[in-house]
Design a protein around this ligand. Sequence first.
Ligand SMILES: [Zn+2]
Length: 353
Amino acid sequence: MAEQDKFVALVSATAEVTLPLGEFQPKTSLVTPDNTPLMPRFPVIDYHNHLDSMQPDDVLRVMDACGVEHVVNITMKVGDEAVAIIDRYHAASPERFSSIGWMDWNGVERDDFVQVTLDRLHRLVDHGIVAIKFWKDLGLTIRGADSKLLRLDDERWTPIFAECEQLKLPVMFHTADPTAFFDPIDRFNERYEELAAHPDWGFSDSPVSKRELLEQRNCVIARHPGLTFVGAHCAESSEDLAYLCEQMDALPNLMVDISARASELGRQPFRAREFFLKYADRILFGSDLLPEVEMYRLYYRMLETADEYFPYPSHASRQGRWHIYGLSLPEDVLRKVYRENALRLLPKLAGRG
Ligand SMILES: [Zn+2]
């Protein structure tokens, strides 16, 4: 057999690698500038966070250290526990904290569930909530008396949304989840390690597809044009910005928060930047991570700088093995996304001047 050409041998060589994925921790050899801002260009309102486990003073210390003016706590509790947490934050500082209530599905099989929900809603409003959140359990896991999965666009909920409209109470939807969570958890899944840490986040066996869930949600948003809806996590569409733009164009009463989506926005910086410029009036800053100075600064780095290839802010199990790029957003866009758009949803705070 003729000896293989040296260059052909070089470009054809491969190896079976047996290093466990969890042990593979490559360090980038790229040398790039780090322009991480210590403070944001404008005071920040974090419209999406969960502070139930924390004490207001500890949160305030972090906020003061990195320019966060106000945090909206989305309580994940219901009933008396929710009210206690809401009161705790509002008593600590009504200027620095607001609260979003959590839709309570307890008793959904009852005939009078809608009336019970309206009463619960009024109680939360009396305690000062600024919005109500419908989580992904609606559509994916909650079942009614007939043991069928509840639908978001079920007409039974129409009086609830109508009441929110009456109360001028925005509705936040966290519907579905990242696209990879609906794919099989196998070697092709780009969020394999994260799903391994949270097997209950996988919905590949869900009878309802992600797109169907988003369409159910969009049907509700279209039915209530006078009510403002916030699509949490870029309306769960950040893997497909063309589809997100389509939804933004079709639903003028839809705003989005960017919480927990720096990983997605920052890995497609050119199109993400266009998205921010086009919808600058409808995008809210949110973190969805335990308040930490470094976490907030990573968000500022993504939004403000033109830095390249740096880690995204994330929880411990990360979201995928990639890095992100800065979007270098102009001042007027930063001002709106950091603060002004949220103020429109926080009339009491805005009124305080
Ligand atoms: Zn959240």
